[in-house]
Design a protein around this ligand. Structure first.
Ligand code: SF4
Length: 401
């Protein structure tokens, strides 16, 4: 993988209190590394990253396409890509926005693979959803494959607990996992409505326990932190061990069966990160995403989704100070937007989402210019049967009280 040495001196990183390590720079996702994540090379002729006309070319292609194209930008995308987004947001907001633009023939999703799948499920048959770089996967979503989850359900059947177990799957999962959830009358959730999803599963849906996929931290933080369960009510199903590493009795007695998955970005923050920033900047408010480990969430002052984090920082008075535990592109953007506030990253080393960073200007320009020529590249099309059941689980989320 080729590394850009100037990143080590990036003033934007210095502004949020970060010193990049060589390993972190490797994780930035510039270029193609077949040994990591999805390891998919871009099939097209990309313009060089150093081409000084990239922004002008993207703007010209976007103008030529007009309303026929709609560009979605996730909060964790790079600034130069976000500049071309028609709308920015979290994964679910973006999928909803795509569905609200039936006139757009092409939806360019600047985010990761599972998000483009959700957009394809929620948009019309006449719309094509495009992921500018097919290597932009999500390491958390990849931690739960369809085969592993079917095996887990077989284990629950063997233990005699499947009938009263409700699958609740985080939005950050593949379409196949969403379809599994729909087939078993479960629901999807986001980091904003995970509490309501669990209340529905144990209440109206009548479940005795929940199989929570694939982020153990969001599941535990919601169950223990918001619904008053104990750590003992939660067990962790490890897909790499026979029976998930759990006895039938453990499965029977659990209220939450948490999948052994996590976000490689948010999972890096530790209790030490919180203690260190508090010692360095007395009085600072620690804001953490619920994908962080429990030890971080319990030590934080405020916990919430990316949309919540943005709203808290936007509403705070000048002079406020925040240490934010979420993806670094978003933290840098907030720091730039609020020069009157102290905004630092909740870690001393770089923590970009390497796959989000794969969407860059060369891929965006290639995608848009291909569309101008009448070619659709990197289309994400979910199998119809999978889409039907995934849609059922997504609709259940929309119907949550
Ligand atoms: S930040 Fe984490 S959950 Fe989000 S796309 Fe990256 S790896 Fe996946």
């Amino acid at each position: 993988m080729t590394i850009n040495p100037t990143l080590g001196r990036d003033p934007a990183l210095a502004q949020v209190g970060v010193t990049p390590s060589p390993l972190a720079l490797l994780l930035l996702g510039r270029g193609s590394d077949p040994a990591s994540e999805r390891g998919v090379d871009c099939p097209g002729e990309l313009p060089p990253a150093a081409d000084p006309t990239l922004a002008a070319r993207a703007a010209a292609a976007k103008t030529a396409l007009g309303d026929r194209v709609f560009i979605l930008g996730h909060h964790y995308q790079r600034d130069e890509v976000i500049a071309f987004a028609d709308v920015t947001g979290d994964s679910f907001k973006l999928a909803q926005q795509a569905a609200a633009r039936p006139q757009a023939e092409a939806i360019v999703f600047c985010g990761v693979h599972f998000m483009a799948e959700s957009a394809d499920i929620l948009t019309g048959a006449h719309q094509r959803v495009i992921l500018p770089d097919l290597a932009a996967g999500c390491s958390m979503a990849d931690m739960a494959t369809a085969e592993q989850v079917e095996q887990a359900w077989d284990d629950l059947l063997d233990a005699g607990v499947a009938a009263d177990t409700v699958p609740v799957s985080y939005m950050n999962s593949s379409a196949a996992i969403k379809a599994f959830t729909g087939r078993h009358d479960g629901t999807i959730c986001t980091s904003s409505n995970a509490r309501r999803a669990l209340e529905w599963a144990f209440g109206e849906r009548g479940g005795a326990r929940v199989l929570f996929l694939p982020d153990q931290h969001l599941g535990r933080n919601t169950a223990v932190g918001e619904l008053g369960m104990t750590e003992a009510d939660c067990v962790v199903y490890d897909p790499h061990r026979p029976g998930g590493g759990l006895t039938h009795r453990q499965l029977r007695e659990a209220k939450m069966i948490l999948w052994r998955g996590h976000c490689s970005v948010h999972g890096r923050f530790t209790r030490d990160s919180v203690d260190e920033v508090r010692a360095r900047i007395p009085g600072i408010t620690v804001l953490a995403h619920p994908e962080c480990r429990r030890e971080v969430v319990t030590a934080a002052d405020l916990v919430g989704s990316t949309e919540y984090i943005i709203s808290v920082v936007d509403a705070a008075p000048a002079g406020s100070a925040f240490a934010i535990g979420t993806e670094l592109n978003l933290v840098q953007r907030l720091a730039k937007r609020h020069p009157d506030k102290t905004i630092v990253f909740l870690d001393r080393t770089v923590c970009f989402c390497s796959t989000m960073n794969r969407i860059d200007m060369p891929h965006l320009v290639w995608t848009l210019e291909s569309l101008v020529r009448g070619e659709t590249v990197n289309q994400i099309a979910v199998d119809r049967d999978v889409a039907t059941f995934a849609r059922k689980a997504l609709d259940q989320m929309l119907a949550l009280p």
